[in-house]
Design a protein around this ligand. Sequence first.
Ligand code: IPE
Ligand code: IPE
Ligand code: MG
Length: 222
Amino acid sequence: MLPSHLAIIMDGNGRWANRLGRPRWMGHARGARTVRDVVEHCARLGIPNLSLYAFSSDNWKRPREEVGFLFELFASHLDTQIDTLVRHSIRLSMFGRRDRLPATLVAAMEAAEARTAGGTRLHLRVAIDYSSRAAIEQAFTQAPQDPSAVHALLPAVDLLVRTGGERRLSDFLLWECAYAELAFLDVAFPDLTTDHLDAVFADYGRRDRRFGAVPTPVAETA
Ligand code: IPE
Ligand code: IPE
Ligand code: MG
């Protein structure tokens, strides 16, 4: 029993680096390698939808150098991974605001979305300059003219994983996580392995998702 929509809050990069006496950007760089492994693993397992939180609208509060490093990392990662995504039939899309991002990054994102548009194996969604409250507000502002705007919010999340030890959502997919199973891992994102993920999936498979109904009966007692 695997989730059909897995969402991951990729947290703990900065503290991972600090623990090693390294600058925070090294944690982000190492985290990018973990992204590659996670995507590959999900594609191999047949999980159809994966949403990753890469940059929140509140992350603009960080030092300008760190923000700049992250955007360069996203652009270079897109550049190096695009062929692999196409080869593995992975469709990539970004969600969040685009109007405040560097034009070069937006161009790279759009090119990657266009090149991977035919991918059918896994839909990889990456949140950049994303705020769930802003997305919900926007959907409801549009709704009077366009009722489908609310449904244009992402599909329901089955399983939300957050690495890095914090137990909060930090404005990620609030609407979509209405009935999500939650898993909070103390491991920092750069240290996340496919074994950690498999353990989370095994635990997810044992959960009884009731959606408000009565528990699934073990055996009927008349
Ligand atoms: C998550 O790691 C990556 C981004 C928010 C871009 P952090 O950078 O938040 O790392 P910590 O939480 O400070 O360790
Ligand atoms: C959430 O992590 C954003 C991403 C992982 C991209 P933060 O590190 O920004 O969240 P807070 O500040 O701990 O809530
Ligand atoms: Mg953090």
